[in-house]
Ligand binder design. Sequence first.
Ligand code: NAD
Length: 327
Amino acid sequence: MITKNLKIGVIGVGHLGQHHVKHIKTIKNVDLVGIFDLNSKQASKIASKFKTTKFESKSTLINKTDAISIVTPTDSHYLIAKECIKLGKHVFIEKPITTTIKEANELIKLANKKKIIIQVGHIERVNPAILALKPYKIKPKFIEIQRLAPYSVRGTEVPVVLDKMIHDIDILLSIVDSPLKEIQANGISIITDSIDIAHARIKFKNNTVANITSSRIAKEDIRKIKLFQRDLYCTIDLLQGLTEIYQINDNSKVKSNIQAPFNYKGNKKIITYTKPILQKLDPLRVELHNFINSIIGNENPIVTGENGRDALSLAIKIHKLIKRETH
Ligand code: NAD
């Protein structure tokens, strides 16, 4: 039984890392040991804002902790996580886990050997709009996902598939319980040297088909998912926090207030509309709670290192196909 507070540090305190600091600072039974960032000015700003210690050396911080949140650009995740895991520290790694499968596998192997928790920050898994699907039997046969965002230099160290589409790939893999069958993908580069807009058509062995579009060159943020299956259609707005479910029922089974009757081949049916009330929660805080509870043995990580590796693997396949198509 762990009786003393868990000691956590944050490496990388830019746009997202500062929110890790904010939450860890206020979670019970946890001590925020301090922060490290290559940008000393940024580290000083965040240390003073959240009244924590700014470390001049990454290794000194790691050595003083039980666990580390790694919130640096993706191309640095592997080396930082490896250093932490080798020293027996649990790691929360922001998405994507790494930039290559070889790196992800190496971290997973090392963590298993050392009995270390790896959790990956695929935050949409705990988006209330996704959590609202739990009571429903979701087995979609056709899926449409769209994630568009205005250009930002953040995230451009990796192609759009690894920065944006990977969120939806992780959701897709958590919803569809079937191996991959076939992938088609296209994309183009607009601003960066890499792919900025990507589209993938993913077919699974159970014949489920998913169409995913991701762009980092858009006028406004859009994050929408549509799920279609026999007798059910569901739309999810991840950004607005809205889940709407349309189901086809026999007359006798209806519970919803909003319904529309219709006739098909002489049978009376009803379309019912349900808008589940979404939980009010901060997804990052939920992820961090889950990380802490996983370390103390009360929960399992919602997104494991293996889940992060699998999402990365599909993302890399899609990106390679796009590169092949564009050359
Ligand atoms: P950012 O550029 O705003 O911040 C990164 C910080 O890390 C900077 O302050 C930088 O100085 C520092 N840094 C860079 N290399 C470092 C190193 N080797 N050691 C220590 N510090 C280093 O980036 P961000 O938007 O906060 O993204 C960070 C990570 O979080 C990325 O992996 C990104 O994909 C991920 N992210 C996830 C989500 C999500 O929804 N889960 C959202 C945004 C970003």
